[in-house]
Ligand binder design. Structure first.
Ligand code: BMP
Length: 264
């Protein structure tokens, strides 16, 4: 049998990043480890979706550069929905530049991501300077960073020693790093950093993929088998005929896989 995992509440106690602590507590309280990837093109749809699925999710993941409209009012409406339903906002920006450039990209521009996204993410390709740059902006605002340790797509290059280097960098910067985007954390992440959260995209109720290299695993295999913490679901929910009801199904699937893994 697999070893029993610590509960989200136990891990919140030792989490060193403010957002990681907040998220672990929120998941336990709301009984959900579901994040939605809200990859819709219209801002109207985005806000409607956030209100519909809000009660079932812990994280609302955006790609703000997909949207037809973005301004201070939209930002305010999304923030109000996050308060109303108690979820965190994750802008999936995948920063990938030198420290000095990401400081400007994270804090400024049209989107001012650091002003509204509790969480954002980055590739470690440029080296640790990218963490230092993002931290310079985000730490004082109480934000958290996820590092891409592995990807869901066929042929991705984030493997082996690269993934190991990402794990080591996260350990070193736990004040700002909240966790990882990963696929099979149980195969490379020691249990020694329980405050770090693993989020996994490429999730649907049935295994499969799309015609551009995306690969899907089930909530059960991701949380139970691969040892992740949060399932990220996009088309499986917003593409369904009833996104609210479907989000509830994913919430139940993710939560029962979690309960089984902590009581195993
Ligand atoms: P979908 O469930 O519709 O395939 O969407 C997956 C989402 O997760 C997309 O927003 C994509 O940008 C993101 N994502 C991914 O699919 N694989 C990764 O490795 C990292 C991601 O951020």
């Amino acid at each position: 049998a697999k070893p029993k995992r610590q509960s989200y509440e136990q891990r919140a106690e030792v989490a060193k990043n403010a957002v990681s602590k907040q998220l672990l507590n929120l998941m336990a309280k709301k009984k959900t480890n579901l994040a939605i990837a809200a990859d819709v093109a219209s801002t109207k749809q985005l806000l409607a979706l956030a209100d519909q699925v809000g009660p079932h999710i812990c994280v609302f993941k955006t790609h703000v550069d997909i949207l037809d409209t973005w301004n201070a009012e939209v930002q305010g409406e999304l923030q109000s929905l996050a308060e109303k339903h108690d979820f965190l906002i994750f802008e999936d920006r995948k920063f990938a530049d030198i420290g000095s450039t990401v400081v400007a990209q994270y804090s400024g521009g049209l989107y001012r991501i650091a002003d509204w996204a509790h969480i954002t993410n980055a590739h470690l390709v440029p080296g640790p300077g990218i963490i230092q740059g993002l931290k310079q902006v985000g730490l004082e605002k109480g934000r958290g960073l996820l590092l891409l340790a592995e990807m869901s797509s066929k042929g991705h290059l984030a493997t082996g020693s690269y993934t190991q280097a990402v794990a080591a960098a996260a350990e070193e910067h736990q004040d700002f790093v909240a966790g990882f985007i990963s696929q099979t954390p149980s195969s490379w992440q020691p249990q020694s950093s329980p405050g770090l959260i693993h989020m996994t995209p490429g999730v649907q109720l049935a295994k499969g993929g799309d015609n551009l290299g995306q690969q899907y695993n089930t909530p059960q295999s991701v949380i139970g088998g691969a040892g992740s913490d949060v399932i990220i679901v996009g088309r499986g929910i917003y593409g369904a005929s009833d996104p609210r009801e479907t989000a509830q199904q994913y919430q139940e699937a993710g939560w029962s896989a979690y309960l089984a893994s902590v009581s195993a």
